[in-house]
Each structure stands twice: as C-alpha cells, then as structure tokens.
Design a protein around this ligand. Sequence first.
Ligand code: ADP
Ligand code: GLC
Length: 491
Amino acid sequence: MNILFAASEAFPFIKTGGLGDVVHSLPIALNQLGDDVRLVLPAYRDVLASVDGLKELGFWDLPGADVTHRVRILQAHHEGLTDYLYLIDVPSLFDRAGNPYVHSDGFNWPDNAERFTVFSRAVAQMAKGIPGTDWHPDVVHCHDWQTGLVPAFLSMAHPRPKTVFTIHNLAYDGHFSRDDFTRLALPPEWWSPDYVEFYGGFSMLKAGMVFADQVTTVSPTYAREICTPEYGYRFEGVLQHLGDKLSGILNGIDLEIWNPETDDHLVQNYSVENSKQRQPWVKAKLANKNELLTQIRLTRADVPVKAPLLGFIGRLVEQKGVDLITDMLAELFRTTDAVMIILGSGDSLYEAELTKLADKYPARLHVHIGYSEYLAHRIEAGCDLFLMPSRFEPCGLNQMYSLRYGTPPVVNFTGGLADTVTDATAMALKDKTANGFVFNDVHADALLSAIKRALTIYKKPKQWQQLCETAMQQKLGWEASANKYQALYQK
Ligand code: ADP
Ligand code: GLC
C-alpha cells in the first residue's frame, strides 16, 4: 500500500523524544514489508541543512492566521531514510533553529497553532495529489497533535485516503484559543464538543481522535489506561467513545542504531549470541562501564568499579518521575555503594535540583544537562541498571534500549513499561523470564526498594547474568508491530 507518514519530527534530522525515533524506524520496517511509505515533515532550518537532492515540486497558497501563506513543496533525499521525503517549506513559520516546538528560552513558539495548522492543511492537500508525481496515498498516517487537523481537513474531501492517527502522548494536546480557531479560518461547525472544541478552547489532538478512521496509541496497556480519568487527561470520554476504533500497538526499536554488537559509540562491542566466539559480553560491558566512569570522573578510590552504576536518560519533566529519583538519592547513597549518571534536559527546576545534587555528591552522582546521542548510547551500554520511574509512559523506548544493551531497567508498572518489562520475582527468575524490576507505587520509597531488590541480585553474578541475557534476547524490533500496522491499514 501507499502510505503518507506525517509528523513534526524524525530522527536523524530533528528529534526531541521517542516520536522522532518511531517516525524514522517504523517507515523503514513497513517499506521492508513491501509498503511504499513516504514521509512529510515541516522544512525546519535544521532539516533543510541535513538533506540533499532538494527538488521543488510546486506551490500552494494556503490560509494561515489572517494571512495566506505561499507554501512550497519540496522533495528531499537522505541516506538511510525512506526513499521519499517531502518537506513543507514556509520560511516564516519553520525557518527557525533548534527545538521544533519551543523557543530557546523554553517557551512555546507563540504561533504554534498557525504553524501546525498550515502544515496540516498542506499534508491534507498532498494526500489528494502531489505536484509532479502520480503517487497517491491509500492511507495517511498522522502522529500526535501537530498533525491532528490532517484527518479533519481530509474528512471534507471526496474521494479521500483513509486516515490513521497515532497518539504518542496524551499530555501534549495542542490546545489553542477560540481566537486562534477563528483567525485560522477553521470551519465554524467544528466548534462543538462533538468535534474539536475542548474546555473553552480547541484541541488539535482531539481533532485527530474524532476525525481519523482509526486511532492508535503506542502500547496496549496505555490504550486501556487512557480510557480512565487517571490517565485520560480529560479525553477519557472521547476515547471511550471510540470503541474498537482505538487500539494499542507496541513500538519497536531500530535494531541497527541500537545494537551493542556494532554501536560505534562503545569502546567494546558485545552481544549475547556471539559471546562464545568473541569476548564474553560481561567483560565487554565492564570495559564500557570503566570508560564511562573515567569519562565522567567517578573513578575515585572511594568508588571501586564494582560499585553498581545506575543510569537515567530522558526529558526532565513530571511524566518521567524525575522527582522520585531526586527524592531517594540521599538515602540510596547513604545505604548502598551505588553511583549514578543522569542525562537530560527539560524543566529548569529539575535541572537546577539535579545540578545541586551533583555538587553535593561529586563522587557519587554525575549530571549532564543537555542532549547527547553519543552519551545516551554510552550510558545504555556502560550502566548496570537503568531507571525509568515514569508516572505514565505511552510506550517508552529507553527501557527497550537498555534491555537490548543488557542493562536491566527499573520501571513503574504503567503503559509500555508494563508491556515490556517482567519483574524479577522468584518465579520469573526461576523460569528465566525476568528482565528487570517493576514497582507499583509512584513514590520514591517504592523506587528505592526496587533498586535495592536489584542490587541484591546484582551481587549474585550467575542470577544477574541470566537476567541480563534474558533482557538482551528479548524481541524488540519492529517486525511484529509493523505487521499489526499493515493489518490496520488493510482494514
Ligand atoms: P519520550 O518520547 O517520552 O521522551 P522515549 O523513551 O520514548 O520517551 O524516547 C526518548 C528518546 O529520546 C530516546 O531515544 C532517548 O534516548 C532520547 N533522549 C531523551 N533525552 C535525551 C538526552 N538528553 N540526550 C540524548 N537522548 C535523549
Ligand atoms: C512519546 C511517549 C513515549 C513514547 C514515544 C514514542 O513521546 O512519551 O512513551 O515511547 O512517544 O511513541
């Protein structure tokens, strides 16, 4: 089938989180299964700078907020990505450096409503025909609120391709004002609780849910959770109403980019399957740990390399349970010999608190505020345990990367974490299904006691190695889930 993928970010051009990874790796998996998937992104400055073979396909005049924009449709090329990449070029809206959604001060771009409405109008237009090609999508697959208006605009077209809308995170709903709604010249009949109106404003995420032919989210457990008030962010009614139009399909990971056997960022590569022919993975992992400890200068006499190294990577936001980590660190350091590395950026309060803790515990805690793909790979490989105490987690990719790198994750029982991590209970250890540690209460004490459970097993090398090997052998690629998307497109 022909599938047009529309999203606001994609690795390796521009990525703020897991959405970028999925939009990169799922099309590759679908193409391998025989679909023709083409991706369309906004032509941000960083994207334009990283592609080649730019070809101008045509222009459209599309309404923005009280103005009409000249929208240029570009075709671009990038090694290793889907064969076709289209860019929606509107310099006044997208020719900006850095993060696609926020200003360098951390504030949302004030014209986000206009930016992603114009993008969505352009995608809907492309779905009906792309200048200079006779390619037509059978399905338009849209991701998150930035593309939520695509199914809405397409609902007015006849004939039209079918639409799939994937919710990656309900906490970001693209909520804008009545004034924006009017200025953007959206159809007045959409201003209704049955359509896009939502608590006094309008929500682009809701538009995607209401107008798409099928709605998915990124794990089966999250699909169930979001139909409840606890996780539904006030959308639970809308979501319940979708019935079997809503389903959860677990994300996969890119097994080439996240492969400890070939990863260039590591000082020694390893894999569980090859451990008989090559250096055993345990030794190689230890070499990566040593290197990481040296790099972050945590190798002092009082931190022997046998001290367990804990890692965290992620956006420093409430969702990720950063406060659970900061609340238990003093007690962790007081009662165990563990050391920890944290990589992330986000809320300035968390950034400040973590920096303060790193100053207080220079021999035990290293905090790197910022974004670093390189360090992320090194942390996945060099740590003994990976912490992911998220309050909610639609899917989560980092726990899967850590499984693949033999670094058991410690997670809260929610969303995709619940779907990918099997707690090391006595039974699960015995039948070799355990691959990590799960706790059930969003509280620092619960996290700490799960870590302590892990550290007890860490001291029993045979049991620990079995746990890591189960983790490394887990099937985490896209194949199964790409098949499920194909079945959904067929439907
Ligand atoms: P989310 O999408 O909610 O941020 P995921 O676990 O699905 O969470 O994906 C996060 C992705 O972003 C992973 O690829 C992770 O490695 C990456 N990431 C997050 N923060 C950083 C950072 N500071 N440096 C490098 N990579 C990061
Ligand atoms: C979101 C979610 C995360 C998920 C990612 C990719 O950002 O927070 O859980 O893994 O999207 O689907």
